[in-house]
Design a protein around this ligand. Structure first.
Ligand code: MEV
Length: 316
């Protein structure tokens, strides 16, 4: 037995956090950076063995059944109709920095689900993969909106809106003109569940204030959708800037993120904001052919641990 699968990273273009509270958000896959899983036959009687050298972890399902990836594997085997635990080795590798806002956890989970399905000769739809990964994220993160597992499973630009009951609204996003984003990594690791939990605490304390902030984010996300559909990339920059202001008010920015955002704007980025959970992780900057190099240099000079480039293609 030998099966391999992979899944991309992701970024949120706009609407993070508000999306947890039913507002729409736009997410993009990062096809160039991926998590990979392979499933091979294991030693008889050992059950499922996990080997994740990038995470510096190795464990057995039988000795860590409550590990989120062990639970995900059990749920996937159940969905595939495999009743007896097979003797397999699952090897996990990933280019996606963990706790960086780029969907590392959901991408690893997606790669595992796909590799297991392939190993047992079965096909799971993107919706089925996404649902299994969501269940796993829920156990780990508390109240995820579902946008990360969705954009990663479908691997296309999406418009996502959580409904109180599934199915959530998932639409491919029309993009009339390609554009380029630089992703600056603060190098500060921040597990998404922490800022998400803090926003929930603040929302519970002052629901009216937070609902109003989320409504303002939603308005920006609607405008961004129109700008992308019309190919009006010039309109997108100020919307990203405005989204950043609201994220600062929501309380999920950080000095490291703001240093990179300010450096990108000074070097000519048309707009910049944090992306994902915040408090660390990554920011994005909208650039063009002329500003790409100066903004990259400025991000590195301002202390970015790494800078990635992603070109977002027009949809047909
Ligand atoms: C994380 O990529 C996006 C957040 O909105 C959390 C979520 O939607 O689950 C911060």
């Amino acid at each position: 037995m030998q099966a391999h699968a992979s899944a991309p990273g992701k970024i949120i273009l706009c609407g993070e956090h508000a999306v947890v509270y039913g507002r729409p958000a736009i997410a993009l896959p990062l096809s160039g950076i991926r998590a990979r899983a392979s499933v091979t036959s294991g030693a008889p009687g050992i059950g499922v063995r996990f080997d994740a050298p990038d995470l510096e972890r190795r464990w057995l399902l039988s000795t860590a059944p409550n590990d989120p990836l062990s639970e995900l594997t059990l749920a996937t085997l159940q969905q595939l109709g495999i009743v007896e635990t097979p003797d397999i080795q699952i090897t996990i590798t990933s280019d996606i920095p963990i706790a960086s806002g780029m969907g590392s956890g959901a991408a690893i989970a997606t790669a595992i689900v796909r590799a297991l399905a392939a190993a047992f000769g079965q096909n799971l739809s993107a919706a089925e993969v996404s649902a299994l990964v969501y269940e796993s994220e829920q156990r780990y993160h508390g109240t995820p909106s579902g946008i990360d597992n969705t954009v990663i499973a479908y691997e296309q630009a999406i418009w996502f809106q959580r409904r109180s009951e599934p199915p959530h609204l998932i639409e491919p996003l029309p993009i009339a003109t390609p554009f380029t984003l630089l992703i600056g990594d603060t190098g500060v690791r921040s597990a998404t569940r922490l800022p998400v939990g803090e926003v929930r605490r603040r929302w519970q304390e002052d629901p009216a204030c937070y609902e109003a902030l989320f409504d303002q984010v939603a308005e920006i996300v609607h405008q961004a959708r129109c700008a992308l559909a019309e190919g009006d990339i010039a309109a997108l920059g100020p919307l990203l800037d405005r989204n950043q202001e609201l994220l600062e008010q929501i309380g999920v920015s950080s000095p490291e993120l703001e240093r990179l955002i300010a450096a990108a704007r000074r070097a000519g980025a048309a707009g910049a904001k944090l992306s994902g959970g915040g408090w660390g992780g990554v920011m994005i900057a909208l650039v063009d052919a002329e500003t790409l190099a100066p903004v990259r240099d400025a991000l590195l000079a301002a202390g970015a641990a790494r800078v990635l480039e992603t070109s977002v293609s027009a949809t047909a």
